[in-house]
Design a binder for this molecule. Structure first.
Ligand code: XMP
Length: 502
């Protein structure tokens, strides 16, 4: 395997993902884990990630052991600075910080085989290596950073981030490291991932019982299907109809997912809607929905004796946005699926997808054999339509939004590029606006349409939908849905907006 040592970078998972894309197996280890333990594994190469720290504030000698082996090492950003200081070079806080794009010139080195001499890279550093270790050679430089990469024996170091898409030829550089330098076998695949996770769940759970909350989305379904492969009927999956779902969703979930997992549908619409009455604040709504969900789930779980584990379909972007990654990341929204459930119920959590991105989960769903209509379902937030009704949630507003969303969905299914769209949905605004219908004045609700492209939900761009499509949807919504007399189109990306309105 390739071991990625995490020093708290936002990009650590991206490094692991790029390694998977090269069909090589990798595992991430915290930099706080004893090095002896890490080196016991069969490691073909080590990647030291970036991180928010400064090497002159720590004792780099702690990490000397990595450099005493003959395992090839690639240090990225902070990892490069760490390599430089351990090997006897010098790192200082530089007056010339570099954030964003830079043009780099690279010298001949196995890392750069088939890579042009000059290309664009992504930089993000305030510290710089200003003196090389003895016997090291510079292999990359930019206008502001004369030492933007070096090699020292089998240690390679890069100040820029080859793992991010903004760096040209980044994948080639990573592939060169894995294949020509580490000679890592290219044996990893999604099928292997499935086998490995199923075996891991089986071993963890032993003879105990497991419970899982299925939301109707691909993440929790894939997690539940993996666990079902591991423990069969000892997994009970619960689907809560919270009254905030899309048109026909409870029935569809029961029909599709029920084929793959042992599923119980709990009808709790009234409970959720009564708790949400007159609540307007988005975070308050999310908290209420999260809390009620836990209560419903707990009651259900109590009806089964001897449950010790909870399977969750948490993905890596959920972990990062909820501020639970290793690095210092801020809480943007409290995603309820990584909430307080396990602690309260004293359950141990199994999160087989925690390190993966959405498109990787789709590939796993294919390996498991889930139907393609289900695999291509768009993401839907845990708090459901409540975070798409800006302001208070009422039965009538749910009716309007559900109908608008369904109509949009039906129309969108005919779009040529529908597969390239991450999400397309309707939002109901807390605004009345004046209209005229059949010579009568109306004072009705405004509905917004949002369509975004995204790779992982962490950033997104709005989709330039064809005007004819927008015209048809607008006319159908205002004609067919009582209570809406105006349709607007959201033209903001993420950042600065988020994908959901609340
Ligand atoms: P935002 O609105 O944060 O959304 O830009 C990013 C992606 O996450 C989905 N989302 C959620 N998913 N529970 C979820 O499972 C949540 O609480 C939640 N909030 C947002 C959103 O639909 C988008 O795909």
């Amino acid at each position: 395997m390739i071991a990625v040592i995490d020093f708290g970078s936002q990009y650590t998972q991206l490094i692991a993902r790029r390694i998977r894309e090269c069909k090589v197996y990798s595992e991430i280890f915290s930099c706080r884990m004893p090095i002896k333990e890490i080196l016991k594994k069969d490691i073909k190469g080590l990647i030291l990630s970036g991180g928010p720290g400064s090497v002159y504030k720590i004792r780099p000698q702690v990490f000397e052991k990595f450099f005493k082996t003959d395992i090839p090492i690639l240090g990225i950003c902070y990892g490069m600075q760490l390599a430089a200081s351990v090997l006897g070079g010098k790192v200082i806080h530089s007056a010339k910080r570099e954030y964003g794009h830079a043009s780099i010139r690279v010298m001949s080195a196995p890392l750069f085989t088939t890579v042009p001499r000059t290309f664009r890279v992504w930089m993000s550093h305030g510290d710089s290596v200003v003196r090389l270790p003895r016997n090291a050679r510079v292999i990359a430089r930019t206008a502001t950073t004369p030492i933007a990469g070096f090699v020292h024996g089998n240690v390679y170091a890069l100040q820029f981030h080859p793992e991010v898409r903004h760096t040209q030829h980044g994948m080639k550089i990573i592939r060169n490291f894995l294949t020509s330098i580490c000679h890592a076998p290219r044996l990893w695949s999604m099928t292997r991932f499935v086998d490995q996770e199923v075996a891991r769940i089986r071993e963890t759970v032993g003879k105990e019982r497991v419970i899982c909350a299925v939301s109707g989305g691909i993440d929790s379904t894939v997690a539940a299907a993996l666990a079902t492969k591991a423990v069969g009927k000892r997994l009970k999956s619960i689907f809560v109809d919270n009254g905030l779902l899309r048109h026909n969703e409870p029935q569809e979930v029961e029909q599709t997912i029920g084929k793959y997992v042992n599923l119980k549908v709990v009808h709790a619409q009234h409970r959720f809607l009564s708790k949400l009455k007159n609540v307007k604040d988005p975070e308050h709504k999310r908290k209420i929905i999260g809390r009620e969900f836990i209560r419903v789930f707990e009651t259900e779980a109590k009806s089964v004796k001897g449950i010790h584990y909870l399977v969750q379909g948490t993905l890596y972007p959920d972990v990062i946005e909820s501020g639970q990654g290793i690095g210092p990341s801020a809480v943007i929204k409290s995603h309820h699926n990584v909430g307080g459930l396990p602690k309260r119920m004293r359950l141990r959590v199994i999160e087989p997808l925690r390190m993966l991105f959405k498109d990787e989960v789709r590939k796993i769903a294919k390996v498991i054999g889930l139907p393609s209509a289900f695999i291509n379902r768009k993401p839907f937030p845990g708090p459901g339509l409540a975070v798409r009704i800006v302001g208070a949630v009422t039965e009538d507003r749910l009716r309007m939004l559900r109908a608008a969303d369904h109509l949009l969905d039906v129309e969108a299914s005919a779009l040529k590029n529908i597969h390239a769209i991450w999400q397309i949905f309707a939002i109901l605004l807390p605004l009345g606006s004046v209209g005229v219908m059949g010579d009568q004045r109306t004072y009705d609700a405004v509905c917004a349409i949002r369509a975004v492209r995204s790779d992982d939900g962490m950033t997104a761009d709005w989709v330039r939908l064809p005007h004819a499509f927008l015209a048809r949807v607008s006319s159908r919504i205002t004609n067919e849905i009582k209570g809406i007399n105006r349709v607007v189109f959201d033209i903001t990306s993420k950042p600065p907006s988020t994908i959901e309105w609340e």
